[in-house]
Every structure is written in structure tokens, then in C-alpha cells.
Design a protein. Structure first.
Length: 66
């Protein structure tokens, strides 16, 4: 999945115990929880489903390969 480090909205600052924040290509801000091994969405307070991460990644690769 393509990510870049978030340097925008200060409400998405560093979180203790999490890597990030990362902004993915869809504009969603996510943090990576090393202990859980999953990406966490601070707006919903849920971990992003691995299938959803895979779909986001596939859509990015499809766009790039066109």
C-alpha cells in the first residue's frame, strides 16, 4: 500500500505506541500498531480490515499500471 507521512492537520500528531500518522492515497489518515500488526483509523477508532487494506493497495497498483 502506498503511504506518505502526514505533515498536515495537527490533530493527527504522533500517538504513543503507534507508527505514523500516514496518509494513504484515498486521503485516509492511518496509524500502524506494531503490537496488533494492523492499521488503525483514528476517526473511527477501529482497525482497518486486512481485506480493505488489500483492496486499497490493489486499486493503487491498478491506477499505476494503466
Amino acid at each position: 500500500m502506498s503511504y506518505r507521512i502526514w505533515n498536515g492537520d495537527v490533530s493527527f500528531g504522533p500517538q504513543e505506541g503507534l507508527n505514523g500518522p500516514y496518509l494513504n492515497s484515498s486521503g485516509r489518515v492511518l496509524y500502524y500498531d506494531v503490537r496488533e500488526g494492523d492499521y488503525w483509523d483514528p476517526k473511527t477508532d477501529f482497525f482497518v480490515d486486512r481485506d480493505e487494506v488489500g483492496l486499497l493497495q490493489k486499486s493503487i497498483f491498478d491506477i499505476i499500471s494503466e
